[in-house]
Design a protein around this ligand. Structure first.
Ligand code: ADP
Length: 618
């Protein structure tokens, strides 16, 4: 479905070409044509013609004489002679003296070349440009002046059976179940009509980028065998003022003609953001949004046109969009959990020659927080890495490199790091790893590296547990592991490095949310100053007093101090293991959870889980 675009020639090249043509015409073609018109004769012929009074115009130049016959049908030239009385004889012969015989011989041609041709050429270029602009703006070929303005370029991307099916979208079972109803409806709208059921006109797919919203919309069209119109919200508003609204109008006109069908509007937030009533707001966007609302209200409930729209921020959409009869149904399309990630890996590993020892569950575990698009990316990147190393199969190492690259950017192995810095980084990362391994409620660690990538000098990767409720203990242990790097620097080198900026930011935010949002500090109590409506009215004035603000600050600081002390305590108590880990990191640069298990033994949580499982089995 990618459009292949021919590379666009810059305008300057067109103009340069035209100029070159004109110069060629003037300096080569015209003189050549002029030469051909002039007939060279000997001086005798000239004298005879003069005597016979068969001379029209004459131009006596410094080295030649150019002349015409009486009727000026032919131009002649001859050499110059020392001929006294020539002027009188010519005069007697009735000749007129003129200096522009050759130039005047083709006035029409000159006019054509210097005036008419440029106009034709430049207007041709102009037309071409116009066409391109219109195509880009969504008008298709046509002149701006003749009604091409504002036609939509909504395209029928998926038609009839060639489409994507639900089976191609891994996971997302709830969303698929919800959308199945739309498919049933599109198969037979009259069935719904006759029983008096109304299908929602608009359905909003809400979720982070790359989670398969577009795929789901296409799958609905594919499953129902109906045309699929697609357009992105940002496309509506990017071009000319006033274009957005007419594009919307045109899109719906096309859709109604092709009903039953699916209209998919990606990034609807680009047009559907809350109208904040600010003076000098975005008129273009508002006009486009109004047109969309009008169109949605305009067609009947069971017209067979279903509008699916995607956004990652339903909370910033204008309430008018969500009113009954518009996008009154929302479907959440979330980031995949570990099981769904394994399924998505299955889909994208289909065409990859995989190392038979590698299983998708391992890959799913290594990719917490990845979207479907990220996973597709990992698979492709891993295959590229394997190909680069002339491998027959794509293996574990290729996938781990691909994952690292996608999370942290390219390896920067040639970055200059002094041995002292490297030691500091290794102990810092080992600090994170040790604290998170020992503390019961911290997120388990997957791997630690000190290979610089992107902006990070090293990294410890945790596997966030798939949990819906987070307790105070869990957050505290997470903060302690986050501060574990800095605690290690202080403990081992008695210094503080600048590399902990990001850790501090993360830890501070977590502590702040514990105190101000989650009511997890006894001193502040069961209060939350979080405004979930996001309306911003409360943001103007803090909803709490100065004393409370002070208390919040104090509590946040206390929590961070406690977490730091906890991290330091863990490192002290496991100093041997911690040092061993840091030295291993310095040696190998990458360390996995298996290495940690070897050094520290099993995690408390795993031991407890195994005990519980054994007890249940007994
Ligand atoms: P969105 O519209 O939510 O931003 P897309 O539908 O465009 O995401 O997904 C981008 C790509 O990511 C797809 O082309 C597909 O390769 C991959 N992808 C995303 N989610 C899934 C999924 N659930 N199953 C399989 N592939 C997926």
């Amino acid at each position: 479905m990618k459009e292949v675009k021919t590379p666009r020639k810059p305008l300057a090249i067109y103009y340069a070409l035209v100029l070159l043509m004109l110069l060629l015409l003037n300096f080569v073609l015209l003189p050549w044509m002029g030469e051909r018109q002039i007939k060279e004769v000997d001086y005798g012929t000239f004298m005879t013609m003069t005597e016979e009074k068969n001379i029209g115009r004459v131009d006596i130049e410094s080295n030649q004489i150019i002349f015409t016959d009486k009727d000026e049908t032919q131009v002649y030239k001859t050499g110059l002679m020392n001929d006294t009385g020539l002027t009188e004889r010519l005069y007697d012969a009735g000749a007129t003296f003129s200096s522009e015989i050759v130039e005047q011989s083709s006035p029409v041609l000159s006019f054509l070349i210097w005036f008419v041709l440029p106009i034709i050429l430049f207007s041709a270029i102009g037309n071409q440009m116009n066409k391109k602009l219109m195509e880009k703006a969504g008008g298709g070929p046509g002149s701006m002046m003749f009604g091409g303005m504002g036609k939509s370029n909504a395209k029928v991307y998926v038609q009839s059976t060639a489409g994507i099916r639900f089976a191609d979208v891994a996971g997302e079972d709830e969303a698929k179940e919800n959308l199945q109803e739309v498919v049933n409806y599109l198969h037979d709208p009259s069935k719904y009509e006759s029983i008096g059921a109304k299908m929602p006109k608009g359905i909003l797919l809400v979720g982070p980028p790359g989670t398969g919203k577009t795929m789901l919309a296409k799958a609905v069209a594919g499953e129902s065998n109906v045309p699929f119109f697609s357009m992105s919200g940002s496309e509506f508003v990017e071009m000319f003022v006033g274009m957005g609204a007419s594009k919307v109008r045109d899109l719906f006109k096309q859709a109604k003609e092709k009903a039953p069908c699916i209209v998919f509007i990606d990034e609807i937030d680009a047009i559907g953001k809350k109208r904040d009533g600010q003076i000098g707001g975005n008129d273009e966007r508002e006009q486009t949004l109004n047109q969309l609302l009008t169109e949605m209200d305009g067609f009947g409930t069971n017209s067979g046109v279903i509008i699916l729209a995607a956004t990652n921020r339903a909370d910033i959409l204008d309430k008018a969009l969500m009113r009954a009869g518009r996008f009154d149904r929302q479907i959440e399309v979330g980031l995949p959990d570990v099981k769904e990630r394994a399924e998505i890996f299955d889909v994208h590993l289909r065409n990859i020659k995989l190392d038979p020892n590698l299983d998708r569950d391992f890959l799913a575990k290594q990719t917490p927080g990845f979207s479907g698009a990220d996973i597709a990316n990992v698979c492709n990147e891993a295959a590229l890495i394997a190909a680069r190393h002339d491998k027959k199969f794509v293996g574990r190492e290729d996938f781990l490199s691909a994952i690292d690259r996608i999370v942290g950017g390219l390896e920067r192995r040639n970055m200059i790091i002094t041995p002292e810095e490297k030691r500091l980084i290794a102990y810092h990362e080992a600090g994170h790893a040790t604290v998170s391994w020992i503390l019961e409620y911290a997120n388990p660690l997957i791997k630690v590296t000190i290979i610089p990538r992107g902006r990070a000098l090293g990294a410890a990767w945790y596997l966030p547990e798939e949990r819906q409720v987070t307790t105070r203990e869990q957050i505290m242990d997470d903060i302690a592991s986050t501060l574990g790097g800095r605690a290690a620097e202080k403990l081992v080198f008695d210094t503080l490095g600048s590399g902990a900026l990001n850790d501090l930011e993360v830890a501070t935010k977590k502590a702040y949310s514990m105190v101000a949002y989650l009511g997890m500090s006894d001193k502040v109590g069961n209060m939350s100053y979080y405004d979930s409506s996001g309306q911003g009215e409360m943001a103007l004035t803090k909803p709490y007093s100065e004393q409370t603000a002070e208390l919040i600050d104090k509590e946040v600081k206390r929590l961070l101090d406690d977490a730091f002390a906890l991290a330091t305590k863990v490192l002290r108590e496991h100093r041997d293991g911690f040092t061993q880990l840091a030295e291993l990191l310095l040696e190998k640069e990458v360390v996995f959870s298996e290495d940690l298990e070897r050094i520290f033994g099993k995690r408390i949580k795993d031991i407890k889980r195994e005990q519980a499982e054994a007890a249940a089995a007994a």
